[in-house]
Design a protein around this ligand. Structure first.
Ligand SMILES: [Fe+2]
Ligand SMILES: [Fe+2]
Length: 453
């Protein structure tokens, strides 16, 4: 063990010396919860034996004075730091070698003695003569497994296990019933109550040892798996956060790029996203087109995808996009194509992530936001509810923002003028129900505008 061996040995020597002193004044017995504790083997008690005897009854120190002063000399010095380090090392590296703790509960003292003699070579064995004593013992000892008798006065084994399983601190302790009952119903009842095994008395020592070993191994594997799952969960969470972060930053870059190309209406994509949010929230509250909205798995994904509605403008020449005057007919025809270009671009992105709903909705926004309710829109000339609701919503948000913003090809109009204009387009350019809804929340559009411009 190299470097760590010396302090360990020192501590063990100290422990031995302490025990020798203690044994002169104390006699152990079975049945007393305090007396059934074995000489402690936990690493911390190895290194830090008490400096004074705790019993006030004897009035006589169980440890000779010369040994007490030896302790003080050793443990009150700079050794503390070294010992602490070794303790940490010992706990982390040698957890597996630490003896497991077994509690045996039985009202028959002969059984407890027998169990103790079989198990004490392999485990730290603690005994309790009743359920009540067990729960007292559990305040100080966290066992790795519990061997429980069924037939006991006051609180029988079934009552004990029910109480154990009722509390988070004790529910995980594997319980093995050790009982003289050998009928199927008793065994089934025990297992149904959460016991991991059922052994009938008289038991074979070898079989008992093997069964305990098997359950402890299972328990340790379960814990390892739990830790592994937790680590895996953390890893997946971190990776997901990283991927989402990358996705967001790439998405924002694309949105910036679209706006950079079409510098005529800065902030248009962010504002239309907010107008849509207001419209969709109002739809949810009023129940308008609730079936369409119910079909969306994630409303935020739908709203966010709206910011790609003009992505097709990337394919339009800047001569047209940034033209200061009115577009010629040919230029306008080319400009109209940003809708289908958008669908094509998003379709290409979708090839790498088929089934990702974000792209499905983004294509609907891009392809249909210039359709008109009366069928005179572009690029497909769809009419009425044949236009996807995304397109009908964006038609209102897009026109509102285009008209209230100062653009290269038109003068800025006031909020009231634009609201009037949209009202006039009810049933011709715009979905009548959505127009009515817009009119009820138009003030919210104006607030977005004031904040963003
Ligand atoms: Fe557009
Ligand atoms: Fe737009």
């Amino acid at each position: 063990m190299g470097v760590a061996e010396n302090p360990l040995r020192i501590a063990r020597d100290a422990e031995r010396v302490w025990s020798e002193g203690e044994q002169r004044t104390k006699k152990r017995g079975i049945g007393d919860a305090a007396s059934v504790f074995p000489a402690s083997r936990s690493p911390s008690s190895l290194f830090f034996p008490p400096m004074k005897p705790s019993r006030a009854d004897s009035g006589v120190s169980p440890v000779p004075r010369e040994f007490q002063s030896a302790f003080r000399a050793r443990y009150m010095s700079g050794m503390t730091i070294l010992v602490t380090n070794v303790l940490v090392w010992y706990d982390s590296v040698h957890m597996k070698s630490i003896r497991k703790k077994v509690i045996m509960v039985d009202d028959n003292i002969i059984n407890l003695t027998l169990g103790k003699s079989i198990l004490s070579h392999h485990y730290d064995i603690y005994t309790a003569p009743s359920g009540e004593k067990l729960f007292k013992l559990l305040e100080a000892v966290k066992p790795d497994i519990l061997l429980l008798d069924i037939e006991m006065p006051d609180m029988n084994g079934y009552e004990v296990i029910k109480r154990l399983k009722a509390f988070r601190e004790t529910a995980h302790i594997p319980v093995v019933f050790l009982t003289i009952r050998n009928d199927n119903n008793s065994e089934l009842e025990g297992l149904n109550l959460g016991a991991v095994d059922y052994i009938t008395k008289p038991f074979s020592p070898a079989l008992l040892l093997k069964r305990i070993e098997m359950h402890l191994l299972l328990e340790s594997q379960k814990n390892t798996l739990k830790i592994y799952n937790k680590e895996l969960e953390t890893l997946v969470l971190k990776k997901t956060e990283t991927i989402l972060g990358m996705q967001n930053s790439m998405f924002n870059t694309v949105v910036d790029l679209i706006e950079f190309r079409d510098a005529s209406n800065k902030g248009h994509l962010q504002r239309t996203y907010q107008y849509l949010t207001l419209l969709v929230r109002a739809m949810q509250e009023s129940g308008i087109y609730h079936e369409e909205i119910a079909a969306w798995n994630d409303v935020e994904t739908v709203l966010k995808s709206s910011q790609l509605h003009d992505i097709g403008k990337i394919s339009i020449s800047t001569d047209i996009l940034l033209k200061a005057g009115k577009l010629t007919e040919a230029e306008f025809e080319e400009m109209k194509k940003h809708t289908v270009y958008g669908v094509e671009i998003i379709g290409k992105l979708e090839e790498d992530a088929p089934g990702y709903e974000f792209f499905k909705y983004a294509k609907l926004f891009a392809g249909t936001h210039h359709e008109r309710w009366d069928g005179k829109g572009y690029p497909y000339g769809l009419q009425g509810e044949a236009i996807p609701v995304q397109g009908r919503l964006m038609a209102i948000a897009d026109v509102y923002d285009a008209l209230v913003s100062k653009r290269l090809y038109n003068a800025m109009q006031s909020h009231q003028e634009v609201v009037r204009c949209i009202k006039e387009g009810r049933g011709t350019q715009f979905d009548p129900e959505l127009t009515d809804l817009f009119l009820t929340i138009a003030d919210g559009f104006e607030k977005v505008l004031e904040k963003e411009l």
